[in-house]
Design a protein around this ligand. Sequence first.
Ligand SMILES: NC(=O)c1ccc[n+]([C@@H]2O[C@H](COP(=O)([O-])OP(=O)(O)OC[C@H]3O[C@@H](n4cnc5c(N)ncnc54)[C@H](O)[C@@H]3O)[C@@H](O)[C@H]2O)c1
Length: 287
Amino acid sequence: MTAIENVGVVGAGQMGRGITEVCARAGLRVTLCDVTEDRARAGLAGVADSLLRAEKRGALAPEDRAQALAGISVTGDLSRLGGTDLVIEAAVEDERAKTALFRQLGEVTDPATVLASNTSSIPIARLAAAAGRPETVIGLHFFNPVPVMPLVEVVPSLHTSQATEQRVRAFAGETLGKRTIVAQDRAGFVVNSLLIPYLLAAVRMVGSGTATAEDIDTGMTAGCAHPMGPLRLADLIGLDTVAAIGEALYEEYREPLYAPPPLLRRMVESGLLGRKSGRGFFDYRAA
Ligand SMILES: NC(=O)c1ccc[n+]([C@@H]2O[C@H](COP(=O)([O-])OP(=O)(O)OC[C@H]3O[C@@H](n4cnc5c(N)ncnc54)[C@H](O)[C@@H]3O)[C@@H](O)[C@H]2O)c1
């Protein structure tokens, strides 16, 4: 099994930055690609800030920070990922955009390059078909923030080869030091299939007036020792993202418990997206 030493990351948003950081800290060479080189450079600046914060906390030696940064290059040109061992796609959660990317990746990369997607809800089988060599395509679902959260879900499609699965499990588990679990290619995988209906149930409780948002969250933190209540967690993930994953789960299973309730839809339509917009179930504007 050839070790993965040279990684391409597509999408320099919050997840792409985190994935770039953990790969660079593991001593890998990383090429970070976005739609333009400027966007990729902005992503690199975010990674540099995060590495500096890690150094100030005493979690990273100055020479290791310098070495990690030196291992990252940026580009706006997907064909620059041609010589990589593994490409991790973390672009916008849009099926059309992702299938177009996998089609291009199938053309510009070496046939042995593993093509992974960080998608939360799009079937890996569809991306695999677009790439044209489905045995080398797999889901690799990281959690936010990537440098902090230990879990990676590994998602083989019905066509993914055993060799590809073994290679990415060794990469995530041994090279990056993450905990891996394997999930079938179903919307939501393991974690979101369990988490999203719970968050939606809490939203329905607010909608029906069972309790206030504050009391629902206190119920789960003080009553079940959860580190964060469901409504603060939904605000942190982003209410638009929670609704989008709910829609994808509902489309897959047609179970009412996955359907985003009216209150959530109205909040998203009103721009109340949670922490990132300043207001959701709680108000973050003064913080
Ligand atoms: N945010 C989370 O908590 C989370 C957790 C797990 C998985 N994910 C998944 O990770 C992926 C990225 O999410 P994010 O939160 O980082 O999004 P984001 O909006 O922060 O970043 C997306 C980036 O992709 C870039 N992009 C769009 N089209 C592109 C293209 N054709 N080529 C290259 N780059 C392109 C955008 O310019 C942007 O920089 C999504 O698939 C999402 O479902 C997100």
